[in-house]
Design a protein around this ligand. Structure first.
Ligand SMILES: [Zn+2]
Ligand SMILES: [Zn+2]
Length: 404
């Protein structure tokens, strides 16, 4: 066993220069969600160079891909997930270039010992995490149907090496109102679209005391008119809705729909609502996290469990974690706690020696964890049992309803 893990570590060390180059080249060519053409061609080029055939356009998404490495006999499938989209305005300010190189390294590292294992590993390219919910679209397309366990890491700051952090459910909503313009001296001749927007905000504020503590609706007005002496014929606002569960987000979306309908009725402006895919809350699998934590310890990296009261952001890995056991653990690419993700400073860390080191260590740790899973049936059933207990019944019933 120990010999296989040594082999994995050696393999990742052998290809460290290629992984570093991959991470830095993706960093130097930041691309927005669903347009990650350079990143995908760099990643696929590297996988092909190492002898793997790559399915491009996997799951019907142009910038998704998948490559597999089969073991000596049949068994479960472990997937390493690669993200590679950047942010508008601050490049790789979320460090997804490191996620991509890390998952490529984990896949190639574990592939080196697949001859000894029962099962299959794959790397799946999951575009548009920052907006577009690529993983939700891949799930809907059945692209994860044969995957039993999913894994990835995410860069963090402040020296936070963390396993098992959760994530809240979230959904973006955009509301447009179409009214009728008029001279501001005769407002009764127009239909004020901005008034309708403001009324939606007021109603949400009115209901806020009835919300659950983890509910969070934040809104901005993105268009509210063009001149103060014109009754705005058009106005637009956007909300980010967060809650403990996807089920609760659906309830909050229903509340917003009602507020919009009330504003339509009161003001007479016509509304159009656009809702994104809901990013589900995250169910981090404890036995998988523990295995990853233990492997990182073997590499000399101490991982900690998070403060349970910490408020979390959201990601489409949550939707994956409802469908199968999954982990999405955090490796620090800077010790500075004042550097936040989604900033130019964090983007700089994503190309730093510390960032590359976290990426390579993460690749080793994830590959070793994949090895633990495929080589240990007992661990496989512990992970599955934990997953079954962890996922709320309403999701399991939903599945049953769909199948029925
Ligand atoms: Zn991000
Ligand atoms: Zn991110």
């Amino acid at each position: 066993m120990a010999g296989s893990k040594d082999k994995i570590v050696q393999r990742v060390d052998q290809i460290a220069d290629e992984l570093r180059t991959l991470a830095l080249e993706i960093h130097a060519h930041p691309e927005l969600g669903f347009k990650e053409y350079t990143a995908v061609s760099l990643i696929c080029g590297l996988l092909e160079k190492h002898g793997f055939s790559v399915q491009k356009g996997y799951g019907g998404l142009e910038t998704s891909f998948r490559a597999d490495a089969k073991g000596k006999t049949d068994g479960p499938t472990v997937a390493f997930l690669a993200e590679y989209d950047a942010l508008n305005g601050c490049g790789h300010g979320c460090g997804h270039n490191l996620i991509a190189a890390c998952s490529v390294g984990a896949f190639l590292g574990l592939a080196a010992v697949m001859n000894d294992l029962a099962g299959n590993i794959c790397i799946i390219g999951t575009p548009a995490e920052e907006g577009g919910s690529g993983k939700v679209k891949l799930l809907q397309a059945g692209a994860f149907a044969d995957v039993d366990f999913a894994m990835m890491m995410h860069p963090s700051s402040g020296g936070k090496n963390m396993v098992g952090r959760g994530g809240r459910a979230a959904c973006g909503v955009e509301v447009e109102f179409f009214g009728k313009g008029a001279h501001s001296s005769v407002p009764q001749n127009g239909i004020n679209a901005l008034s309708a927007v403001i009324h939606v905000f007021h109603q949400i504020d009115l209901l806020r005391p009835t919300f659950e503590p983890q509910d969070n609706i934040n809104g901005i007005i993105t268009e509210g008119g063009t001149a103060a002496n014109i009754i705005p014929p058009y106005a637009k606002c956007a909300f980010c809705v967060r809650a403990d569960t996807m089920k609760r987000v659906e309830e909050l979306l229903e509340i917003i729909r009602r507020c919009v309908a009330n504003a339509e009725a009161l003001i007479g402006a016509e509304a159009k609502i656009k809702m994104e895919d809901i990013a589900a809350e995250r169910y981090s699998n404890r036995p998988m996290n523990q295995a990853f934590k233990d492997n990182m310890q073997l590499l000399g990296i101490e991982m900690r469990w998070p403060d349970p009261k910490e408020l979390c952001g959201s990601s489409d890995i949550g939707n994956v974690s409802i469908k199968m056991p999954a982990i999405h653990d955090y490796l620090a690419i800077t010790d500075d706690p004042s550097i936040q993700t989604h900033t130019a400073e964090f983007a700089a860390c994503a190309a730093s020696p510390q960032g590359i080191a976290a990426c390579l260590n993460g690749a080793k740790g994830l590959a070793m964890t994949g090895f633990d899973i495929l080589s240990n049936k007992q661990l496989q059933s512990e992970i599955k049992e934990y997953y079954r207990q962890q996922i709320p019944d309403f999701y399991q019933n939903e599945e049953a309803d769909q199948e029925g």
